[in-house]
Structure formats: structure tokens, C-alpha cells
Write a protein that binds this ligand. Structure first.
Ligand code: AGP
Length: 605
């Protein structure tokens, strides 16, 4: 989490730092700050809260300087106040940091024993003070290098020096760091998007690497401090085309874009003329795949659960799913005939990236399903299946979820066909159903007014439950996750059949219970579970694709989505739940695009 930026230029940099920080706010928005070098002294400006506040401070008291670093924070060590905001500076050095220094307490004690004083509660300040100490006997690059040797954890750093006023040093271990190039100006940033308005020429630091920027050049070093060259990538306009357009929130725009993004995704993978799926180059011969293990966090994990139902339904492959933060610490038995699939929108989630590393160390084949194709997870996996959803800015994932589901479904179909688990007729029928998906999504989104009415049922709610069976169960989980992260309302997702084993005790008069009941093999069973909730006073909000089901007086509110095919119903049933969370958040006056305590890219474990 946290976003960092650094600019070395021949002109004042503070306003460009502010603009880049606004783009990085999706990574953290607890506090913001910048430091520039003016007349050979470090000039720091910091605030708690958003970049907007920092901008106001700069309007009142501008910061000059042609070299500077900036930061947006998602607090890990220490409360989100001005003192803990980055940059963290000594008289000699100023540092911005994304990630965690795991041994900061230990280092702090050592430095305090030498009489060195700390101002903040952060782990970052140890970096500032270690570099300050090292500078007494070393030059800047060597000082950073010596400091890095003492640090444990994963991080990206941007550093400026009072007495070396033309350089910025960047370093990466774990957390991402991009480098940008322009005429008489060079940059570091947590991602290429932050550098968008300044350059489209980008390189990425690999783990352990460092860079030294001046306005005229960038030099790269490997983990042994040997000079290296880096490839320069040219980013296309498409990779950058992001604004809210006519919409009030990114999240709503991203919900409404879904017919288009899912269509793009299908077009990338499906050859409509030949009715075939263009997925080739499997890292393991599909016939020999023994098991598929799907790994992700949050919404991406919910995609993995949905894919488990599809793989079980369509293929003869054994399937396992795991939450990345659990997978990485378990005592696992790896098998070279297993395919390990990592699902991640950002491709930077620390737990998912660490789980992938473990697989690599155990020499098993890995596949990543990502949105950001230049991300760490994509670069480190053997095989990448992009979801082609375009940049997702809203912290709550919407179009990326549908993109993940679409790619996972396409992959399941292809596997089922090449392994002859399904015949050609079924394969072609499923492809043709898939092609109907964008239009069906459009129809679902047209029901927004009804969802808005449904959202009113949550005005006085103290909590809520989301129930589903089969592949509707992960959709219940995703609906509950969206509602809690956006509206801060307690929401539980449960398999409907599990209610009687405990959660039924939570049902009381008027508690909103969202029942997700497509017309599949579970329908009647789900209806029975719904009756058990009705009998205890729960307020039923019913979502189905069943045309025949008449909505009776026991159902407080009913919504119908179009029906294409049972396998695809989880995708369509997701849409009302995304819109529901959005509208409840609006009613409750919550910050839809930047929910409290969260960040888009979770780069801490
Ligand atoms: C989704 O709404 C969440 N904000 C969160 O659960 C997210 O899906 C999770 O952190 C995983 O992120 P990733 O897809 O970028 O790996």
C-alpha cells in the first residue's frame, strides 16, 4: 500500500508531485506529504487526510525546488497523523516508503542506544536515520546500499539528500517501483499511471535493484551494486485512458462499463468464426494436469471459489482453492502435475505474490489471471491470462471481478474440451452462451432503478446476510464483501444450507437477508432455506433468474436478472449486488471510491 513519487527536473516539481499523488491516492489516503530541496535544505510539507489538503497547504506556502519526493499513506505503523505522514526527514536525508520494515523495532532500539532520537511511530524513520548515519562515511548510493543490507521486509523507497541536491535514489525489494524518462526530467513512481501526464517511457525495477536519477539520466544497479541496463517500455494511450467521464464515481463508471469490458475479454479469447477458444501454450499438457490450485485474496478469492464450481462441473480435474495469506504459511505438498493459478486485479498483492514465489521455489507451474499485465505477479508467473478490463480505480473491485470470472470460465471451457471432458457440441453451445453475456449484463444494469429502491431497505439495518447455494455461494460472499467495504454495514455471506448450523440465530425481525436463487439444481433447496429465514422474521430481498417464480407477500423485494445458462448465472447475479452496495453507500453518505481504512493495492502481508 502507500504510493510514492520522485521527480528530478530543471524546473519546480511540487505541482507535478501533487498531480501524481492524486493518481496514487487509490493506494492509500490516510495522509500525504512531499519534500523538495530548496537552497540546499530539505523542505517538508505534510498533512493528515487527502492530497487535496496538501494542495491547499502548498497554495498558501508554495514549495520551490527542482528535486522532490511525495507520498500517500495507508497507515501500518502509527496512527495516520501529520507526524507519521511521509516523507521522514533528518537534516541530511528525506525518505518516502511503501511497504513494511519488519525489523524496525530492533533497529530502532540499536539507534536509540546510540542516543539517536525518533520523531514518529513509523517503521520508515529507521531508514532515514540509518542512511543519515551511513552518510557520515559513505556517498549516497553506498549509504543506501549499506542501509538496505540491514532491512528486513518488503518495500520501495525514494530518497533525496541535502548535500547532493541533483539526485534521487530509488530502491525496490518486494513493492513495485517504476522509472519514467522525459527531456530534462526523470521520475520514480509506485506505478506507471502516476507518471502518465509526464511520460509514456517506463522501466520497472526488479527485486533488489536500485536506481539513481538526475534530471538528465538514470543509472540502474543490481543487488550487488553492479551497474545494469534496463529495457524501456512505451506505454500506449489505452493503458492510460482513465477518467470519470459523465459519472460521479469511478466505481459506478466501472460497474456500467462491464458490458464493454466483458466483451473485450471475450473478443480477446474467443475466435467467433471458428467457434474456438484461443488459449494455447498451456505450461503443462492439459491431459496431464492432476489438480488445479486457485489462489487469491478478497474479491479475487471469490473468483477462485466460483471457478472451483465450474471446473468441477465441466472437467475431471481435481480442484483446490486457497486464500493467499493462508496458502503461503501452510505446510504444502507440491506436485509438478498441478497447475497453480493466481488471481489478482493489481498483480501486486503481497500475499498473492508471496504465494506465487513459494510455488516457483518448489518448481511447479504457475499461471496468473491479472488485470495489470506489467505487474509483479504477471512478470513472475509462467503463464499469464490477462482479463483486459482496463484500469480499475474504485477501491471496491467490480469490473475486474467480472473479468476474472470471464477468463476463468473461458479457461475451464477450453480445458474441458481439450481433455475431452465435454464434447464439441457442448463446447460450441457454451461458447455461444458466453457470447450472449455482454448483452445480458447490459439488461441487468438497466434494472438500476429497482436496485435503488432495494437499497432503501438498508436505511435502518444493523446488519445483513447474503445467502446462496452452489456457484451462488461465492456470489453471496462477494455481495457481502462489497456491502461491508462500501457502506461499513455488517454483512455475512453464507451457503444457504449452512444457516441452520448456527447463523440462523442472527435472524431477527426486519434483518435484511439477500437470497440469491437462480433456477438451478439448488433452487428448491434455497427456497426452503429462505422459508426458514421468513419464519424467524428476516426481511427477504430475493434475486433470481427464474421467470416462473412469483414473488409472494413474504418476499419484501424481488429482482429478476436475465437467464442465459446456469453456468453463467453467477456472473449476472453479481451485477445487482454491486449496484446495491453502491446505492447503500450513497444513502449512508460513504466515500464510494475510497472506503475508509482500505487501499486498492494491498502490498503488505
Ligand atoms: C475488493 O473489492 C477488495 N478491495 C479486495 O478484496 C481485493 O479484491 C483484494 O485486496 C485483492 O486484490 P488484487 O485482486 O489486486 O490481488
Amino acid at each position: 500500500m502507500c504510493g510514492i513519487i520522485g521527480i528530478a527536473s530543471n524546473k519546480s516539481v511540487s505541482m507535478n508531485i501533487i498531480n501524481s499523488l492524486k493518481k496514487l491516492e487509490y493506494r492509500g489516503y490516510d495522509s500525504a506529504g512531499l519534500a523538495t530541496l530548496t537552497n540546499e535544505s530539505i523542505n517538508e510539507k505534510k498533512c493528515s487526510g487527502r492530497v487535496e489538503e496538501l494542495e491547499k497547504i502548498l497554495f498558501k506556502t508554495p514549495s520551490e525546488g527542482n528535486i522532490g519526493i511525495g507520498h500517500v499513506r495507508w497507515a501500518t505503523h502509527g496512527v495516520p497523523n501529520v507526524i507519521n505522514a511521509h516523507p521522514h526527514s533528518s537534516e541530511q536525508v528525506s525518505v518516502v516508503h511503501n511497504g513494511i520494515i519488519e525489523n524496525s523495532d530492533e533497529i530502532k532500539k540499536e539507534l536509540e542506544a546510540k542516543g539517536i532520537k525518533f520523531k514518529s511511530q513509523t517503521d520508515t524513520e529507521v531508514v532515514t536515520l540509518l542512511i543519515t548515519e551511513a552518510l557520515k562515511i559513505n556517498k549516497p548510493l553506498e549509504s543506501v546500499f549499506e542501509t538496505l543490507k540491514k532491512l528486513k521486509g518488503s518495500f520501495a523507497l525514494g530518497i533525496i539528500f541535502k548535500n547532493f541536491s541533483n539526485i534521487i535514489i530509488g530502491a525496490r525489494r518486494g513493492s513495485p517501483l517504476a522509472v519514467g524518462y522525459s527531456k530534462e526530467e526523470n521520475y520514480i513512481g509506485s506505478d506507471s499511471y502516476a507518471l502518465k501526464s509526464m511520460t509514456n517511457k517506463i522501466s520497472y525495477l526488479d527485486d533488489g535493484e536500485l536506481c539513481v536519477l538526475t534530471k538528465d539520466e538514470v543509472n540502474f544497479y543490481n543487488k550487488n551494486l553492479k551497474k545494469i541496463n534496463k529495457k524501456i517500455l512505451i506505454m500506449s494511450e489505452d493503458e492510460y485512458s482513465i477518467d470519470k467521464g459523465e459519472y460521479k464515481h469511478f466505481m459506478f463508471k466501472e460497474i456500467m462499463e462491464q458490458p464493454e469490458t466483458v466483451k473485450n475479454c471475450i473478443d480477446e479469447y474467443v475466435d467467433s468464426l471458428k467457434n474456438n477458444i484461443n488459449i494455447l501454450n498451456f505450461p503443462i499438457d492439459p491431459q496431464k494436469i492432476n489438480k488445479i490450485v486457485l489462489i487469491g485474496c478478497g474479491t479475487a478469492y471469490n473468483s477462485c471459489i466460483t471457478a472451483k464450481y465450474w471446473l468441477e462441473e465441466l472437467t475431471s480435474i481435481d480442484v483446490e482453492i486457497d486464500i493467499a495469506s493462508e496458502f503461503r504459511y501452510r505446510k504444502l505438498k507440491f506436485n509438478s502435475n498441478n497447475l497453480y493459478i493466481f488471481v489478482s486485479q493489481s498483480g501486486e498483492t503481497a500475499d498473492t505474490a508471496a504465494a506465487l514465489d513459494i510455488c516457483k521455489k518448489n518448481n511447479v507451474k504457475t499461471c496468473s489471471i491479472v488485470n495489470v499485465i506489467e505487474s509483479t505477479i504477471a512478470r513472475n508467473s509462467d503463464w499469464v491470462l490477462p482479463i483486459h478490463a482496463g484500469t480499475e480505480i474504485g477501491v471496491a473491485s467490480t469490473k475486474a471481478f467480472l473479468g476474472q470470472l470471464t477468463v476463468l470460465y473461458i479457461l475451464c471451457l477450453k480445458l474441458a474440451f481439450v481433455r475431452q471432458d465435454i464434447n464439441e457440441k457442448t463446447y460450441i453451445k457454451n461458447i455461444s452462451n458466453l457470447k450472449k453475456l455482454p448483452d445480458a449484463i447490459k439488461k441487468c444494469l438497466a434494472g438500476e432503478n429497482n436496485v435503488q429502491l432495494m437499497a432503501k431497505e438498508f436505511i435502518t439495518a444493523k446488519g445483513s446476510m447474503f445467502l446462496g447455494r452452489g456457484s451462488s455461494f461465492p456470489i453471496a460472499l462477494e455481495g457481502a464483501l462489497k456491502l461491508k467495504e462500501l457502506s461499513y454495514l455488517h454483512a455475512e455471506g453464507y451457503p444457504a444450507g449452512e444457516m441452520k448450523h448456527g447463523p440462523l440465530a442472527l435472524i431477527e425481525e426486519g434483518l435484511p437477508v439477500i437470497v440469491i436463487a437462480p433456477k438451478d439444481k439448488y433452487f428448491e433447496k434455497t427456497i426452503s432455506n429462505m422459508q426458514e429465514v421468513i419464519a424467524r422474521g428476516g426481511k427477504i430481498l430475493f434475486i433470481t433468474d427464474n421467470k416462473k417464480e412469483s414473488l409472494n407477500e413474504n418476499i419484501r423485494f424481488g429482482l429478476r436478472v436475465p437467464h442465459i445458462d446456469n453456468l453463467l448465472s453467477p456472473i449476472l447475479l453479481t451485477l445487482p449486488l454491486q449496484m446495491l452496495a453502491y446505492h447503500v453507500a450513497l444513502i449512508k453518505n460513504c466515500d464510494v471510491d475510497k472506503p475508509r481504512n482500505l487501499a486498492k493495492s494491498v502490498t503488505v502481508e
